[in-house]
Design a protein around this ligand. Sequence first.
Ligand code: HEM
Length: 155
Amino acid sequence: MIYATLKTLHVLSIIVWVGGMVFVHFFLRPVVAELEPAVRLRLMHDVLGRFFQTVLAASLLTLVTGVWMLGRVAKQVVQSGGSFEMPLAWTFMAVIGVAMVAIFMHIRFVLYKRLSRAVAASDWVAGGAALAQTRNWVAINLGLGVLVLLVTLLR
Ligand code: HEM
């Protein structure tokens, strides 16, 4: 029951995180790109601020539930006298998952802060640059997330 709950929370967090990135990258961004910089940057700043708050929780929940599941399986194997060897797909998921969390922290605590400062100062050039970098890192994280899903679900 605990394991099933952890796995459900793990997958729900991933759905919110990866699904949100798909929405922002493929649906919101192309439409907002048509707007003039002042409106576009203010709008993206506010939308991303709300989205990143949720992703902060979702990414930490992904990490905690993932490590907790690993710990439970390893403990059970060791307690029943075996030696725990992590499946390759799990190792891949854990390594890429940690990289995704690190990339998100960069987006949230470096690039988003830069965007906030630029919007507060009405510096649309600096804001545009911060947003462009955010877009690139979100695209990388989205690619990594889809890769982990393919490896995990098709293994
Ligand atoms: C942050 C580090 C992560 C760790 C330590 C971790 C660990 C785990 C573990 C131990 C399981 C249980 C596997 C099983 O019972 O078969 C699991 C399930 C799963 N994880 Fe992760 N994970 C991490 C990140 C991710 C990421 C980033 C994604 C996707 C983008 C992901 C997607 C999934 C999915 C879809 C399942 C369910 C697999 C199934 O039931 O077949 N995980 N994870």
